[in-house]
Design a protein around this ligand. Structure first.
Ligand code: GAL
Length: 315
């Protein structure tokens, strides 16, 4: 059994197989954590200008009580073999799945970036389930505000309202919009943030009433400097604060890219930032770096640690 996080090293599930949950997110429900992510256990191909990608396999789910040891719950939203027109067809792209619980409908709602292999479809897919580990029923897709939507995340606030954050206008601008009370669509409350800023891979946390947003730049699978921003309101305005990473390789986010941040249950002020360490020639071999979020004075700091455990947060 694992008793620590070892960022950058192969992370095996309880069956001894490397975890396939890239671009993922974590949901906490009734004493258990559920890690959803892209299953990329498929052949990586280079498709001209589009670059490297894999045929969609589907969304994986892993469950854990301690965050170190994960049980494979399988594909909770598998890619579809036919018809070829299906939005989840294996020839397409399913990325960055995130799940939030809706107390009104009592459904677990999954949002994800859906695309064709040329990344021109750029929509948000939605699936629902009565239980956290699925199976999820695919409902269809949205083009929020009639715009394109690529890297995305969903943030559920303390009051039960949820927000979709997505890179739009060919990644130039990050849109943030409130979801309807049943989380089935976006509402008219939305803002355009960091215009022409080219920020993607959004991940949000809320700490002591303030919202913090981690993003990466837009260089495909290649790493670049992270940035974070702070706001009093999730819809903005956001104040850019610079690179949260410190120490060696902070200019490449430690060769990683943000995907999600979540609070550790029962530990005030404890948040884990999840990053992907992409191996673009063999995407299924990409690794993970989970690192603690640190608050130093007014700054949010991410520092590389070769090994750490939850006792870090008691310091
Ligand atoms: C990145 C993005 C990934 C994936 C990749 C494809 O910019 O963050 O999720 O879409 O591009 O090249």
């Amino acid at each position: 059994m694992k008793t620590s996080f070892t960022p950058g090293r192969i992370w095996n599930d309880l069956d001894g197989a490397p975890i396939q949950a890239h671009g993922g997110g974590v949901l906490y429900d009734h004493g258990a954590y559920y890690w959803f992510g892209e299953n990329k256990a498929s052949v990586t191909r280079q498709r001209g200008a589009v670059g490297f990608n894999v045929d969609a396999v589907g969304v994986s789910c892993y469950a854990s009580a301690d965050l170190y040891n994960w049980e494979n719950k399988g594909l909770v939203l598998p890619a579809v073999k036919e018809p070829v027109e299906h939005e989840l067809h294996t020839s397409r792209i399913i990325e960055r799945p995130k799940v939030v619980y809706n107390a009104l409908t009592r459904k677990f709602v999954m949002f994800m970036h859906l695309d064709t292999s040329d990344y021109r479809y750029a929509r948000v897919g939605i699936a629902v389930s009565d239980t956290p580990a699925g199976a999820y029923e695919y409902l269809g897709s949205l083009a929020p505000y009639n715009s394109d939507s690529r890297d995305m995340t969903v943030f559920r606030d303390d009051d039960g309202k949820a927000y979709l954050l997505h890179a739009s206008e060919w990644n130039a601008t990050l849109y943030i919009g409130e979801l309807s009370s049943d989380y089935s669509r976006t509402t008219e409350r939305f803002t355009k943030n960091f215009p022409q800023g080219y920020r993607e891979a959004p991940a949000v946390l809320k700490h002591e009433g303030k919202y913090y947003l981690l993003t990466s730049g837009c260089t495909g699978w290649d790493p670049n400097p992270a940035e974070y921003a702070v706001a009093e309101n999730i819809l903005g305005p956001w104040q850019a604060m610079g690179n949260p990473c410190v120490g060696p390789q902070s200019e490449t986010t430690f060769n990683a890219q943000s995907t999600f941040v979540f609070p550790v249950a029962g530990r005030r002020g404890a948040y884990i930032a999840m990053f992907d360490m992409w191996v673009k020639e063999d995407l299924g071999a990409s690794r993970y770096a989970w690192l603690p979020v640190q608050f130093r004075g007014d700054s949010l700091v991410i520092e590389w640690l070769d090994e750490w455990d939850l006792s870090f947060f008691r310091q």
